[in-house]
Design a binder for this molecule. Structure first.
Ligand code: MG
Length: 373
């Protein structure tokens, strides 16, 4: 049995539809298992993180990203005696609502939806999937996850939206923190993507090691590695670098969280909600992470090879959206059936955001190319 600190989530506040307690696992292990068995989770395998899935077999996808987030989350949760199973459930579910084609897909779908009064936000979509869209249980829609897992999935939310979400939206209205497990899943996401995007950028030759030396944390780690292994070059040096960066950052995060826990001494989960965020980097590590992020923005996410993919993705999402909006009978039957209840734009957003990259490409070709005619 895992040992929990008094500030960790130990017992769930419950689920929307009451169910008998699981026999051989905790409520949060049950949540994690439900996420893993969901259709939305399997589709993450074919959704882009930065590089389009079929551009290379070795790049991250949303699925491998989610697994890496869960790994970082578990390591830190263990060190702080938080509820590891809850952290894992949140981390694995955090990107379920992501569109195909990474951030470009999300940005375009958001633009399209804004013209219909509401935007598109992937963490609200993740919540929609686990509370409504998954159809696999006889007694309820969605996965009927615990309140705590849902709280973690809903990272941020506008006040207007929070007001519609009942108990789940209250912390945004009251300006309170979520559980430490939810705080951790959020930071683990960012930590994982900064370093794996760097790793993928080096592999794709979009970034070069010598160019990276302008970033402080990279310069420091490279100096450490080359002092120990002066002859290391190429792929092995790049891999050592990424490994060292992840390790050092996780250690710094754990140290700072321990210092915050010492400072605030939370005695319970309830107290955690009223305190400032505890799972945070120190101001110095935060500044170093921000420098890396800025570097990645300028040199990787804006690199012309990434921009070309982004351009293509935007055309695909925009074209599919307008096609379905102008002719709803192009939608599969099960989506047409929901238009009455959810409205056409929301149903189209559900359909498009659920697509994998290759499904979206295939459908685009089916609707817009004339090759086979
Ligand atoms: Mg993520």
């Amino acid at each position: 049995m895992q040992k929990f600190a008094k500030y960790a989530v130990n017992i769930s506040r419950g689920r929307e539809h009451s169910e008998a307690a699981p026999q051989y696992r905790s409520d949060f292990q049950r949540d994690r298992d439900r996420v893993i068995h969901s259709s939305a989770f399997r589709r993450l395998e074919y959704k882009t993180q930065v590089f389009i899935n079929h551009e290379g077999d070795l790049f991250r996808t949303r699925l491998t990203h989610s697994l890496e987030v869960a790994q970082v989350g578990r390591s830190v949760a263990n060190a702080l005696d938080l509820n590891v199973d809850l952290v894992e459930a949140i981390c694995l579910a955090h990107d379920l609502g992501h569109t195909p084609f990474g951030h470009s897909g999300q940005d375009v779908l958001n633009e399209c939806m804004l013209q219909h009064g509401t935007g598109f936000e992937h963490n609200l979509q993740s919540l929609r999937i686990v509370t409504q869209l998954e159809e696999r249980y006889a007694e309820f829609d969605g996965l009927n996850l615990t309140f705590e897992t849902l709280e973690g999935i809903l990272k941020h939310c506008s006040l207007a939206k929070a007001a519609e979400l009942g108990e789940l939206g209250l912390r945004f209205i009251n300006k309170q923190q979520p559980s430490l497990e939810a705080q951790l899943a959020n930071i683990a996401d960012e930590l994982a993507y900064n370093f794996h995007d760097l790793d993928d950028g080096l592999r794709a030759n979009v970034l070069k090691l010598d160019q990276l030396e302008e970033v402080e944390i990279i310069r420091v780690e490279l100096a450490r590695i080359t002092t120990k292994y002066p002859h290391l070059t190429g792929r092995r040096l790049h891999k050592e670098l990424v490994r060292h960066l992840i390790n050092t950052t996780i250690y710094e995060l754990i140290d700072n969280c321990r210092a915050n826990l010492d400072k605030y001494q939370p005695e319970s989960v309830e107290e955690v909600h009223l305190l400032p965020a505890i799972i945070q980097y120190s101001p110095e590590s935060f500044a170093r992470q921000r420098e890396l992020k800025k570097f990645l923005h300028q040199n990787m996410y804006k690199h012309y090879t990434v921009m070309q993919l982004r351009y293509k993705a935007e055309q695909v999402v925009r074209s599919l959206f307008s096609a379905f909006m102008s002719e709803s009978r192009l939608l599969p039957d099960q989506f047409q059936a929901r238009i009455q209840v959810d409205g056409l734009a929301r149903v189209v957003a559900d359909y498009i955001s659920g697509m994998t990259d290759r499904y979206a490409f295939r459908l685009y070709n089916r609707l817009f190319t004339v090759e086979n005619v």
